[in-house]
Design a protein around this ligand. Structure first.
Ligand code: FE2
Ligand code: FE2
Length: 156
C-alpha cells in the first residue's frame, strides 16, 4: 500500500511528508494544550468545549499519522522534536478562561493557514492528502468559530 501511494505522489512525497509531520506536531501540541486548559479553566462550559475540540485534534493526529505512513514516511514521535518542528507552537494554558481561549484561537488561526498551504501544495500531485487536509481545515474553521463564540459569551 505504501509503495503505490508513494509512486502516485512521486517526487513531491518527501516535501509533503515533511509538511504533514510539522502539522502532526501542531496537532499533538494542540491536543495536550486543550486538555490541560480543560482541566484548569474556571468556566465549566469552556472546559467541556476544550475537551471536545481536543478529541478532534487527536483524530487529526491519527489521520495525519496514517497518511505519513502510507507515503512511506516516519511520523514524529519524539516529544522534544514536536517543539522543534511545530508551525503553530504551544501556548501554556491558564486558569483564566479567556486567556486559555485566546491561546487556543491563536493555534486555530495558524492551523487554518497551514492546512490551506498544504492543500495548495498537494492539489495537483497528491489528491488523497489534498482531501484529508481539506477535511481537517474545515474542522479547524469550526473550532475557531466555537472558541470565538465562547470568548464573546464570556466577554458579554
Ligand atoms: Fe487539528
Ligand atoms: Fe483545531
Amino acid at each position: 500500500m505504501g509503495k503505490t501511494a508513494k509512486e502516485l505522489v512521486g517526487e513531491k512525497a518527501e516535501e509533503i511528508i515533511t509538511e504533514l509531520n510539522k502539522a502532526l506536531a501542531d496537532e499533538w501540541l494542540a491536543y495536550v494544550q486543550y486538555l490541560m486548559a480543560a482541566s484548569i479553566v474556571k468556566h465549566p462550559n469552556a472546559a467541556k468545549e476544550l475537551e471536545a475540540v481536543a478529541k478532534e485534534e487527536l483524530e487529526h493526529a491519527e489521520e495525519l499519522t496514517e497518511r505519513i505512513l502510507q507515503l512511506g514516511g516516519k511520523p514524529v514521535v519524539d516529544q522534544k522534536q514536536l517543539y522543534e518542528i511545530t508551525n503553530c507552537g504551544y501556548e501554556a494554558p491558564s486558569e483564566e478562561t479567556l486567556q486559555s481561549l485566546r491561546g487556543a484561537l491563536k493555534g486555530e488561526n495558524c492551523a487554518i493557514k497551514i492546512y490551506h498551504k498544504i492543500a495548495m501544495m498537494a492539489k495537483d500531485t497528491d489528491v488523497v492528502t489534498y482531501n484529508l487536509v481539506l477535511h481537517i481545515m474545515e474542522e479547524e474553521i469550526d473550532h475557531e468559530e466555537r472558541f470565538e463564540a465562547l470568548v464573546e459569551w464570556i466577554e458579554g
